[in-house]
Each structure stands twice: as C-alpha cells, then as structure tokens.
Ligand binder design. Sequence first.
Ligand code: MSP
Length: 628
Amino acid sequence: MKFLKAAPLGRLPTSKWQQLTIRQTWTCTSCLSSCSPRRFTTSLPRLSSSITDSQSKKPYYVTTPIFYVNAAPHIGHMYSMTLADVLKRYQETLHSRPAILLTGTDEHGMKIQQAASNKDMHPKQFCDETAEQFKELAAAAQISHNRFIRTTDPDHVQAVEHFWFLLQEKGLIYESKHEGWYSVSDEAFYPESQIEKKMDAFTGEVYMASCESGSKVEWVEERNYHFRMTALRERLLRFYAENPGWVVPAKRMSDVVDWVENHLTDLSISRPVNRLSWGIRVPGDATQTIYVWVDALINYITAAGFPNWQPGRREVGGWPADVHVIGKDIVRFHCVYWPALLLALDLPMPKKVLTHAHWTMNRTKMSKSLGNVVNPMYVMNVHGADVLRFYLMFEGGIGNDADYSNDNLLVKHKKYLQGGVGNLVSRITRSKLWDLREIVARSPRGRIEFPENNLATLPATVDKHMQNLDPVSAIRAIMEVVTQANALLSEIEPWRLIKSTTQEDHDLAHEMVYLAAESLRICGILLQPFLPTKAGQLLDMLGVAPENRTFKNTEIFSDPSYGEAIINPGKSREDSLFPALYQGLQAAEEKLRTVKKERKAAKKRQWKAQKGKEVDEWWKPEAGAEKS
Ligand code: MSP
C-alpha cells in the first residue's frame, strides 16, 4: 500500500501566498476514488443566501426602463438591460428561484409624434420599426426577458385606462388651466425656478432649458387634467423615512426626499389632443391624451397582470417588483411620481429601485446630436455578446459615470478574459501532464485555510454584493480570484513540479492544479449570470455536470464529480475560450462582413424553406374545405 505525504508548508515560496496553508492527512492511493463522501475540517464561512422566500409563490420580478423609440438603441440602453438581466439570472440560475424580467418600448408622447412626423411616417409604423431594433438588441445581448412590452399593446392600453378610472373614482383627478415650461425631450414640465437661458454653441441660438437635464423647454398654456399629488406628500415622506434603503445607491435618496419636501406640486397628466394626438385618450374625454409618463410607468403592473388580479393571487404575476433598474436621469419619475400613483390606489410599492450612472464618451454624455453614441450591435457583431456584457458590468458605473472606450475594452478583455479566465482554463484543462479527473477524484483531505478575500469567501462576497444590487462589485470580486489563481500557478509552476522525481513535488503540483480547478469551477458558476455563453462553455470544458451549477455548489470541495470535459477545451490560441480580440480595424471589418454574409445566407435559407413549404402545401385543402 502506497501513501501520499503532505507537502510541507515550508515549500511554498515566500510571498503573499504563504497565507495559504495546506495540512494534509495520510491518504491511501488505492482507495482514493472510493473515499467519498469526504469530510473536510475547514475554516470556510457558511454560505449565506439572499433567498429567504424561494419557496414563496411570488417570482422574483425585475424590470428595465422601457425605451423611447425615437432613436436607435445605444450602449446606455444595453447597460440598463444587462444589469437587470444579471440580477434576474442570478436568482434564476444560481438560486433556482422563478424569476421574471420585463423590458420593452415607450412609444407614445410628443417626442415620438415629432420623430415620426419628421420621417413622414405614421407613428405606429415608426414605432414598429424602432421597437424591432430594441428587440434585436435584447436578443443579441442575450437578455432573458419574459416579455417585451410595448405601450401600444392592447392589454397595456386597457391597464392605463383602468388606472385612470380608479384615480378618478378616488377624486384624485381634477381639470384646470396649466401653464409652464415643457421639455419634449424629457417629456416633463419644469417649474420656473428650474429654468435657465442657454446658448447653442454651434448656431448661437438662445433658448430656455431645464437646469437639471439641459434640455430645451417651451412655454405651454393649456387646459388639462391634474393628479392631486400634493395630497400624498405626507405618505410619500413617511414611506421614504421607513425605507431608507429603497433607492440604491442611497446617495440618490436625498434628492428624492428634497424634491418632495420642497418642490412637490400637483402633476399635469394630460395634454389637449390637438397638440398631442399620439397616445392613450383620457377615458370619457376624447379631447385629451394621457401624459406619457403616467402611461409608461403603468407598464410595470400591466405585465404583472393589472387590472385582472384575482383576489389573493396578485403576487403570482410578480408584483410588487423586486427591483426597477433605471438610469439616474429618470429617478424623479420612478421615485416620486410612481410611488405617488401607487399610493393613490393603495397598491404595493416596488421593493427597490436600482439607479445607475451613465456611460459617457470622452467624458461627455452620449447623445445622438453630438454623434458620440456607441452602437452595441456593432461591438457585439465584432466581439460577441459576452465580451460586451463583461465590459459593461466590469467597468460600468452605479454611483459614478463611466467613460466608454474601445481601447479600454480591449485592455480589460486581454487582462481579465483572455489572460485571466481563458488562460486559467487552458492551463488546467489542456495540459497533458496531469489528468484533471483523477486530481478532482482524489482532492485533498485535510485542512485548508485560504487568505482573506479569496476563493473560500468569494461566494458569500458575491452574494452580499448581489443582495446590495451591486453586480459591478460582484464581477470584480470574481475577477480578483481568477487573477489570484493565475498568479499562484505562475508562482508554484505545477507543470515544472510535476516533472520532479520527489513525491512531495508531485503532491504539491496536484494541490495547486486542484485549487486552480476549484477556482475556475466556482468562478464559472458565479459568472453564469454575467457571461451566459462563455461561463457555460467554461463549465463544460471543466466537465461540471449541468445540475451542479447553482449557488449550493459554490462551496469549495463540494463537487467531487467533475474533471472530464463535456466539450473539448481546444488546442490552439484561436480555439481557446477567449481568443485575442480583433484589434485592427481591418480585421474587425472583415469579421463584420462575414457575420453579415452569414446572416443574409441564413435569412435566405429560412425564406427558401418557408417558400418551399408554401409550394409544397398550397395544394392541401384548408381544414374543413371540400376536396375538389
Ligand atoms: N422612456 C423612458 C423610460 C420610461 S420607464 C417607465 C426613458 N427612455 S430612454 O430611452 O430615454 O432611456 C432609457 C434608459 O436608458 C434610462 O434608464 C436611461 O438612464 C438609460 N440611458 C440613456 N442614456 C444613457 C447613458 N448614456 N448611459 C447609461 N444609461 C443611459 O427614459
């Protein structure tokens, strides 16, 4: 009987990695694979989980803002979508909790009416075209939405009309003359105190603009309907006081409270139809169109089944939402107007509002008129969805704006994906010097202590960040562990040790490979919400069974069954998990041409198949028709 002896601690090089200690017991090699289940005495933290009511019938419900269809989607829109998607996938994939993700388009209002008229198009036709682009973006970015809502959908129109009717029944709507500054771009009225004079740097035109958003405003005087929002002032303030963590990050809550305390007025909630015809008519008054923000906000409950909620079954549709993901520019609409509308009807509040910062380009806000918007479809066509998702999540700002740059994307990809995760996968799964399955099967018995912030604490760290709605910190923590694992391998060089003639070197080499494999397995599981395709491939390369990819499986040593690749990890640089990106413009364009060609060919094939079907089937009598 042959025994493996523990590697003495003194063999680890003097470095920060000395914090890692392995104390191994004597192990019989002949019974290595049958020694399960194993019990390890470790100082690992217990995995806490953000799920307390996973058994409850309410699905986790997360929403994105619905996007204006006046222009094509850009990187900022994809950012809102990806944040929401990561939150949803985290619950669904890692915690096996039923989850709903809602996204869609905001199609009514003056902004869309004007954009359609500029193109000489009927607004609905105009909306159909741009809504399609947002759907394509969601599909290309692998957004796992359960519904793509459009405010022109009939069930939404019905929900808005019903909502209006209920507000009216409660006596919260009145008619009066309204005058004020209106911004078509923001679709919002602003008080006189928040207006300033501005000059267009290019044309020299002087105009009035909102101090807050910088958008042009116009003076409007008209008769319309008002929502008695001031009647809800005290209830709003009480709600904020009782829920200090409702707005994330907390720093944005003070503006909300300040607004309600100092600037709250009744809200003008309709426009005369001769000014705004593209929208939902006020029930019972065809001369007025409902204000687009009231229309838009209601989408969140339309999708959850309002107004057809059966008694006691409201939660089945998801409401109240667990989190609304929104950009910082639309905080007031979601954190003042929306809760006021919900309070008015005694409906439950969304549980959290995650407000993110913006992407800028050369430190300037992206805007179509400045021509500095990044087209996410272009980036994804060239680099793939996961690369852009990674970049947005890793570099994106929740509290502070982030500056988008293609060069930075290449740098981060090279450092963390190609040189980090990809390199680690290749090192572990491609080597002929060891058999990963065998190493996993006889993973070390004994006591292992990991340095602070390392692999053993990673799942709890990630879970905490995700509970705090901070996917950016979560993905950064994962990447730190990947970097550490690579550094450890470079330091210990198991590929060199394994060629040594001593048993101790062999054992240490195996320990290192196992530790790196565990890092990959655990990081791979935790990366699934962020990189749905690549993380799946990584786990396939490691041979992790599909049923062992949840949060429960992120405890170190918890899976003795992997190690046999489900998909081939490849051999060359080109077929690695994260090959080098196309850096030269020429190469990028070449790739884009190929993608376009492939798409065209696929469409043609689809069309031909459809045609073929029609030709094959035209002679078939329709159901119920007589045969001639
Ligand atoms: N239609 C409204 C939302 C109604 S929700 C009931 C709207 N639409 S939008 O198309 O203008 O913006 C949609 C989202 O994209 C917002 O959350 C906005 O903050 C986000 N972004 C728009 N530009 C952005 C960046 N440059 N960076 C990050 N996100 C930004 O507002």
